[in-house]
Design a binder for this molecule. Sequence first.
Ligand code: FES
Length: 108
Amino acid sequence: MNDTIKITVIDRNDQEHILEAPTDMNMNLMEVCKSYELPVQGTCGGMALCSTCHCYVKSEHELSEMNEDEEDMLDQAFFVEENSRLGCQIQITDSLEGLIVKLAPEAE
Ligand code: FES
């Protein structure tokens, strides 16, 4: 059984990191980035309240719909693009195998 998927995270220096993310630990993308010590602060702990986990989804994966909290936070965030998402609202599941995301610039 395979309970990890591979995710590519492009950091703010355009460096690619290939992460192995567990699908059976109820983790989200922000937590996985932090566990690899990528520069994702996750200040609010995954409550969709800080946008320090803002990233751009570069692959064509079908992601879960945004909830209202995520939409509201992205309304206030900087550098928001069409493909912006909050990493903490992206739950790691098998269907995200091969996901590619890029970290958004830091607001300050
Ligand atoms: Fe704060 Fe995602 S960790 S919004």
